[in-house]
Design a protein around this ligand. Structure first.
Ligand code: SF4
Length: 462
């Protein structure tokens, strides 16, 4: 008896999926990678609502699954980030829908649905809550209070993940968000910010390091406001990072620790100084800009000005001069004028990003901005997207060309598309292609850079 699970979107969803696997594996089901495998009796989706495209793909997939249901009976479920606008439709299309923090109750839901279970569920591996029938197909809607949210998500975090990779791991340290940016629905889909207990995070990191993990990414919607909801009962984010740095020193092992995504408002010099102190805390910062214009930032409710952002970047450049800087930008937000877009271009040139993830604005149902006119035309968004993408290449290409002739420490993570080559990345997450001879996936190797493309580099092992 098999199951098939499909995560969409961000690293947080992929990390959540690792816990879903544990629960289903614990019930005795075996994962299938092939959606058409006739032995599959459970199919699930971990949804992402950040882009409409991902939601459209969910609709496409469930229609296909339902079309063959009479020939092959399967239980279908959906969890993850689901917007209120999609909930009612999904309820009609999927057999089960539940908020991800109710994962410990999934075995009971499956049993109540009458699906055969191949083995005894390992209750020791998760803390199961009590389940009532109204949980089935009827998730709680709206924002639970912080304490209720904390209780639920803490049970979820206790589920041991079935990691997708032995080399790279994602460790959730926080769930939800208190920032309420007007374009974003996360505070409504994931709820209020809740920090995971520090001791639990550090135990997981020790386990990963002891078991040979080479790259650990701490995940949260606002990762650097970690601990603020606990009012001093848990470590602050810089203290947590220091504790990870100490684990690195004590273990003597080579690994890198990343975090994503921080918020410019909560980015402190103290955090950057801790990062500078420890080898295992990678010199890489993903600092969302979203817009280079103060009025747009205000309308986005980003809670910081361009001056504040500039101060943070200056701090990064002075405390971590080697750090790679990544960002997120939205073009064509409601009311964004040509002049305001020009300010974003200016910011892009000023901050010299190594990488920028540029999105054309699309209103997310449930987010505040969805009530406003989406008044920048599709063609104009496309033009701004292309212009900014060209500027990114213009900026990143010389940064990478400067690496030619230098030696970079590269973590080798997989096969490259080019035959006979492997791929990996530098400490600053710049993708690297290198000849496979004598190198194994999972190795850290010194690589002499021999050529550069705008967003990647190629090298040979020294
Ligand atoms: S900080 Fe803003 S964009 Fe990020 S998750 Fe919170 S509300 Fe969404």
């Amino acid at each position: 008896m098999k199951y098939y699970i499909l995560p969409f979107g961000c690293q947080m969803n992929r990390s959540d999926t690792e816990r879903v696997r544990t629960v289903l594996n614990g019930m005795g089901y075996v994962e299938s990678e092939n959606d058409n495998d006739p032995d599959i009796i459970i199919k699930g989706i971990i949804a992402c609502s950040v882009r409409q495209k991902a939601i459209d793909r969910v609709y496409g997939r469930i229609r296909n699954w339902n079309a063959v249901k009479s020939e092959r009976p399967t239980l279908t479920f959906i969890s993850g980030c689901v917007l209120p606008a999609d909930r009612d439709k999904f309820l009609k299309m999927f057999d089960l829908m539940f908020p991800i923090d109710q994962l410990p109750e999934l075995p009971d839901m499956i049993r109540q649905y009458g699906v055969p279970t191949p083995g005894a569920f390992e209750t020791a591996r998760v803390e199961t809550g009590t389940v009532s029938s109204d949980h089935i197909g009827a998730p709680e809607i709206g924002k639970p209070g912080r304490e209720e949210a904390r209780e639920r998500i803490e049970s979820f975090w206790k589920v041991k993940p079935s990691y997708s990779s032995v080399i790279e791991a994602y460790v959730p340290i926080q769930n939800g968000c208190d920032k309420f940016c007007t374009f974003c629905a996360v505070p409504y889909t994931r709820g209020r910010e809740v920090s995971r207990p520090s001791a639990e995070i550090l135990d997981e990191i020790r386990y990963l390091v002891d078991n040979g993990c080479k790259s650990i990414t701490l995940l949260g919607q606002n990762v650097n406001s970690y601990g603020l909801d606990k009012k001093g009962e848990e470590l602050s984010f810089p203290e947590l990072m220091r504790a990870v740095g100490e684990i690195g020193r004590e273990s003597g092992k080579e690994f890198r620790t990343y975090f994503t995504s921080p918020h410019p408002r909560d980015m402190t010099r103290n955090l950057l100084e801790v990062m500078a102190e420890f080898e295992v805390l990678a010199d890489w910062i993903h600092l969302p800009l979203q817009s280079g214009d103060d009025k747009v930032l205000l309308k986005m409710n980003r809670n910081h000005s361009m001056d504040r952002y500039r101060t943070v970047v200056n701090d990064i450049r002075s405390i971590l001069p080697e750090a790679a800087l990544f960002t997120d930008i939205i073009v064509g937000f409601n009311g964004e004028s040509e002049e305001q877009f020009e300010h974003t271009i200016k910011a892009m040139r000023e901050f010299k990003y190594d990488m920028a993830y540029i999105a054309r604005y699309s209103p997310r149902p449930g987010a505040v901005s969805a009530r406003w006119d989406d008044d920048v035309t599709r063609e104009e968004k496309e033009r701004r997207y292309r212009k900014l993408s060209d500027i990114l290449l213009e900026i990143a290409a010389p940064l990478n060309r400067r690496r030619v002739g230098t030696v970079e420490r590269v973590l080798v993570t997989g096969e490259d598309r080019k035959e006979g080559y492997l791929s990996g990345y530098t400490e600053g997450r710049i993708p690297v292609r290198l000849a496979a001879a004598g190198v194994r996936i999972g190795d850290f190797v010194d690589v002499e850079i021999i050529s550069a493309r705008p967003l990647s580099i190629e090298g040979r092992v020294c």
